[in-house]
Structure formats: C-alpha cells, structure tokens
Design a protein around this ligand. Structure first.
Ligand code: SAM
Length: 227
C-alpha cells in the first residue's frame, strides 16, 4: 500500500561512492542514538549523514504487508518496549493511550500483546467479567481461519512482566480511528501490530475500530452504549 523512501544519501565508503537506501528500520521510526549506531556500523569514511537530518526526514519504508520484515521492528516485538506512548485518563473511557511524539502514516505503533486463547475461552472470560464489557480481549481469525482471542485482561503479561502493554489500553472509535490492527506471524506466534492510518501528532489519543457491532459484541448481543 505505502512505499516510502527513508533516506537516500550519497555516501563515500572507502573509495566507492554508493547511493544507499536504508531499509534497516522498516516501519518504525528509530531514536537518534539508534541511527547514530547504525551510521557508525556502516564504517563510512567520509560524507557521513547526520542522524538528526535522517530523523527529520524519516518516513516508514515498505508496506503494511512488510511491517514485520525489519529486524528493528521484530526486536521491539520481542522486547515489548514500545516507546513514544503514554497512558492518560480519558473522561468516560477510563484510560487511553496517547502519543509522546509524532508518528508517520504507515508506522508500527505497538502490539496488542497478551495470552493467546481460543475464541471459546475468550468468550468465557468475557462472560465472567462483571458487566460483560469487552474489556481487554481481542477476537480475530488466524491465518488458518481459526477464530482466536488475545486475552490481555492482566495488566502485564507473564513473558514481559515489567513492560507496559499499551495495546490493551487503546480505546475504540469507528469514525475517528487513527490506527488499525494487522496480523503477522513471528517465531510461530500470532502478532497483532497496530499501524497508523495517517500522520499522528504529539498528544493525540490512539483509537482503532474494535469491529464489534453495537449489539453483538463477539456474537453475544451485548448492548454497549459507547460503540
Ligand atoms: C481495551 S480496553 C481500553 C482501555 C480502557 N479504557 C481501560 O481503562 O482499561 C476496552 C474498554 O475501554 C472502554 N472503552 C473503549 N473505547 C471506549 C469508548 N470509545 N467510549 C467509552 N469507553 C470505551 C470500555 O470499557 C472497553 O471495554
């Protein structure tokens, strides 16, 4: 869908002058220090690009389909250390996730991370919640077309007990969604990444369409006023 050039500097490496296209960071904006380390690793002898300039001109590289191709994005999925986000209270919604920096269209924001369970198990968790609120469950179909659920009702997951799991705190909007979930597979694990639908400014609330009908959450006919 989206093809963005990240950076095409003319650089001198030894005696060879090459036009480089950096795809290393893929669909996720790196920090200045990450770019500096990347430049240093190239071992260029002259004409080195400035990290701050790369950062200013940065755009995601690749398409939504290739969002998990970059080792940088995969390392974030492994570590669950998503930067650039913060949690705030939102009137009548509880908590919500807000941006601490600008995100570009097509950028990976974070993962909906949690425990993988079957749809039936997810529905049982849903049914046992006090007000049948969808809470922190995400229902989806995997690549084999099986109905599954990511259960994120715990504040933190067992695999990353110290990480903030932002995905579970993102609120719903069908009309004003600025990110969308997308299913990938990494190390045989289903990974649902949120990808921006447009440029997102600093201090914007992240929202995605939960995809549930007002009266039929997970097919259970639950009335939810806020949907
Ligand atoms: C995935 S959680 C989102 C984080 C939640 N606000 C919290 O504080 O934990 C989903 C729950 O947030 C609330 N919520 C999400 N979107 C909402 C909206 N647009 N309006 C009101 N409540 C919303 C509902 O209670 C829903 O069950």
């Amino acid at each position: 869908m989206i093809l963005f050039l990240l950076f095409s500097p003319s650089v001198t490496s030894g005696s060879t002058c090459t036009t480089m296209r950096c795809e290393h960071f893929g669909c996720r904006k790196p920090s200045t220090s990450k770019i500096e380390a990347w430049i240093q690793k190239r071992g260029w002898t002259s004409n080195n690009p400035q990290a701050s300039l790369i950062l200013r001109q940065w755009k995601p590289v690749g398409t939504v389909d290739t969002a998990l191709d970059s080792s940088f994005v995969r390392s974030m999925v492994t570590a669950q250390r998503w930067k650039g986000l913060t949690i705030k209270d939102v009137p009548e919604k509880g908590r919500g996730v807000f941006t601490k920096r600008r995100f570009e269209q097509g950028e990976v924001v974070c993962e909906y991370h949690g425990r993988l369970v079957s749809r039936e198990e997810g529905l049982a968790i849903h049914a046992s919640s006090p007000d049948m609120n969808p809470g922190h469950l995400l229902f989806y179909k995997n690549k084999r077309n099986e109905a599954m659920c990511i259960d994120a009702h715990e504040e933190s997951c067992q695999c990353h007990p110290l990480s903030i799991i932002y995905g579970r705190l993102i609120n719903h909007s069908s009309k004003r969604a600025n990110i969308r979930p997308r299913l990938f597979i990494h190390n045989d694990r289903d990974v649902i990444l949120f990808i921006t639908l447009r440029d997102i400014l600093v201090n914007e609330e992240l929202r995605y369409d939960y995809g549930s009908k007002k009266k039929s959450f997970a097919g259970k006919g639950v009335e939810l006023d806020w949907m």
